[in-house]
Design a binder for this molecule. Structure first.
Ligand SMILES: Nc1ncnc2c1ncn2[C@@H]1O[C@H](COP(=O)(O)OP(=O)(O)O)[C@@H](O)[C@H]1O
Ligand SMILES: N[C@@H](CCC(=O)OP(=O)(O)O)C(=O)O
Length: 363
């Protein structure tokens, strides 16, 4: 680590906060709180993204067997969230810190207005030295309305507040070249900007209480690194893991950040699942987008439009084969876009500053 961290997003996975039998690991939680207290005392601001709501309620509530699975999760999460936050409150209070709870859904990140509201709230809390603790609003965000997992939420949060560091704490030391249980598997310690082929090492198995798995964790880590954030996937079950981070002796998978990107790009990059329409580009435009220095997307390169979008909405960019190339903020709505389709000398439909291409984070 050759930089001085100042604003760190720490994401704690469910399995870090639970013991093998599924009961809450309050000792682990207390230890993490102490470590965050240490980071704060070194002048580092911390935002905590904590999973565990479902896990904290699982052994405590007897649900009728007939309860439908989505409702079951909603009940567990809404009950467990209170326990999680109360436990954090007691522990942080003991260390002299105030906390705040923020629960969000992916839709809150979709509108630029909501996005800026959440950002203002988080920055306001930090300015007042209050530690924000974020989780998904599991009572509302169900089925297809959910984040992939809290790694996605943490990565979006880190980009939103311009954090310099994102630490994803899970139950393994990072990404291994092979299954983590196989003693022959080696830990990948550093993922460079141009790394490729890592996904082949990742098994679909998940920790007992996790949601997204390592594959989604890696994608989110890669995306945040592309946006200029130092990212670590590390083991939250190791004693003093955050102190190791501070003392620059962390055993983890580290994702090297790309140069910092203009802020709007960060918002666009994280809107992928929630687009309002799409534009199809011809081969010339595709080539221009894939050039070393991509340019704005002009109507002359567009051969088709679908969906009903307005100026400011996020739209998907596809090639004529249907391959998704990236995302951008529409400079004008679908009706006007339809009228300028294929024409030269027209204003870009997506400005470069609001353009995000998947080529940046494929591995
Ligand atoms: N190549 C790999 N390296 C490390 N972990 C892997 C790999 N392939 C699969 N995994 C699994 O990913 C799990 C962590 O992801 P996940 O269950 O989503 O954790 P969390 O709940 O902390 O978000 C590990 O427990 C491990 O079993
Ligand atoms: N919001 C859920 C956690 C969802 C989730 O992504 O879990 P994990 O993969 O353990 O980070 C909860 O608090 O139970």
């Amino acid at each position: 680590m050759d930089y001085q961290p100042q604003l760190v997003v720490v994401k704690v996975g469910s399995n870090v906060l639970t013991q093998e039998d599924g009961s809450p690991d309050r000792q682990r939680m207390a230890s993490l709180v102490k470590q965050i207290d240490f980071l704060k005392k070194q002048g580092i601001q911390v935002v905590l993204v904590s999973s565990g709501a479902v896990a904290f309620a699982r052994n405590n509530i007897n649900l009728d067997e007939k309860t439908e699975s989505v409702v079951r999760k909603q009940i567990l999460a809404s009950v467990g969230q209170i326990d999680i936050v109360q436990s954090y409150k007691a522990l942080f209070q003991e260390a002299g810190h105030q906390i705040a709870q923020i629960v969000v859904t992916p839709q809150d990140f979709l509108s630029r207005r909501h996005y800026l509201n959440i950002k203002d709230c988080l920055l306001g809390l930090l300015q007042h030295n209050i530690i924000p603790i974020i989780n998904e609003n599991d009572a509302v965000a169900v089925t297809e309305l959910m984040f992939t997992d809290n790694d996605e939420l943490a990565s979006m949060t880190a980009a939103m507040i311009d954090a310099d560091t994102l630490i994803l704490l899970t139950n393994v030391d990072g990404i291994y070249k092979g299954h983590p249980d196989d003693p022959k598997s080696k830990l990948i310690e550093r993922v460079g900007k141009k790394a490729s082929g890592i996904s082949r090492f990742i098994a679909s198995s998940k920790s007992s209480f996790g949601r997204g798995g390592m594959s989604s964790k890696m994608k989110m880590a890669r995306k945040a690194a592309y946006l200029g954030i130092h990212v670590y996937i590390a083991n939250g079950n190791r004693e003093n893991i955050l102190l190791d981070f501070y003392h620059k002796r962390l055993k983890a998978t580290y994702f090297e950040p790309d140069s910092s990107k203009p802020n709007p790009k960060k918002w666009v990059a994280h809107s992928g699942n929630y687009t309002k329409g799409e534009v199809i580009v011809n081969d010339g435009a595709k080539e221009a987008l894939h050039a070393e220095e991509a340019a704005s997307l002009l109507p002359v390169g567009i051969v088709g439009i679908s969906g009903n979008f307005s100026k400011g909405d996020i739209i998907q960019i596809k090639d004529t084969q249907g391959e998704k190339l990236g995302l951008g903020k529409a400079e004008y709505g679908s009706r006007k876009a339809g009228m300028t389709l294929g024409q030269t000398n027209q204003k870009p439909i997506i400005h470069y500053n609001y353009l995000y291409l998947y080529k940046y984070h494929s591995l």
